[in-house]
Unconditional design. Sequence first.
Length: 296
Amino acid sequence: MQTIESLKKQIESAEDLESIVHTMKALAAVNIRQYERAVEALAEYMRTIELGLQAVLQKRVKKKGRSAPHASSRIGAVVFGSDQGMCGQLNDQIVSHTFATLDNMNLSRDGRFLLAVGERTRVRLEDLGLEVQETFPVPGSPAGITAMVQEMLIKIEEWYLEVELDRILLFFSKPLSGASYRPQTVHLLPLDEKWLRKLKEKPWPTRILPTFTMEWDPLFSSLVRQYFFVSLYSAFAQSLASENASRLASMQGAEKNIKERLNELVQQFHRLRQESITEELLDIVSGFEALTHGRG
């Protein structure tokens, strides 16, 4: 049976938990906006890179490309999730999407090379029987994304050249309106020839096409590396925005449940308190009556 003292402790614990959840909700809301701004800035930067590629492609030197994928394809997958919990179905959704996509490719077990971003992502991938070759931590802020992307680019380049991967795919969560998001797949490597051709054929926005004095190969390679950098950075930022949106929704649900529980506890406390006061008053009345009858 509940006592007044035990209810007091439960109310205090619920109030402390409500304060923590409120703080986490506020942090998630702030983080969402930070990562949204990063994505917006990247869109402008990507536009600049595309203009650079468009100009360079006008003088493209035709070269023999990489040989066509062999019968036994090798695919590299970079899967973005979270290190922390309390983010709803984020990890489950992106891992399920990755598994379904790779499964539809009918790859052999040796044809899958996975890089997981986030410890919880790695665990869920392995739960589905997928072997994870590399795991990277999730940056805690936009400032930490740059260094992580640079490390990932080195690892991806190693994979692409040494393991001779045919394709590298990015799997991440794309934020939508409110707290909603959806799994997204981006083909990082090799570069899409159709996309390059469209860039080359696209009309230049001004009447004068820019010229360049650098050698074509190093200039094109530099622009492509920037394209890879922005693609990875954008995947990170969008995944983190989705994670925080999901966490915000989870915290809103938790806050609602805590408030309901707190109201129940307060009502119980007031009822027990009232019962205690009533019992004390009845004891006083009974004692007074007994004392009065004794004197009579």
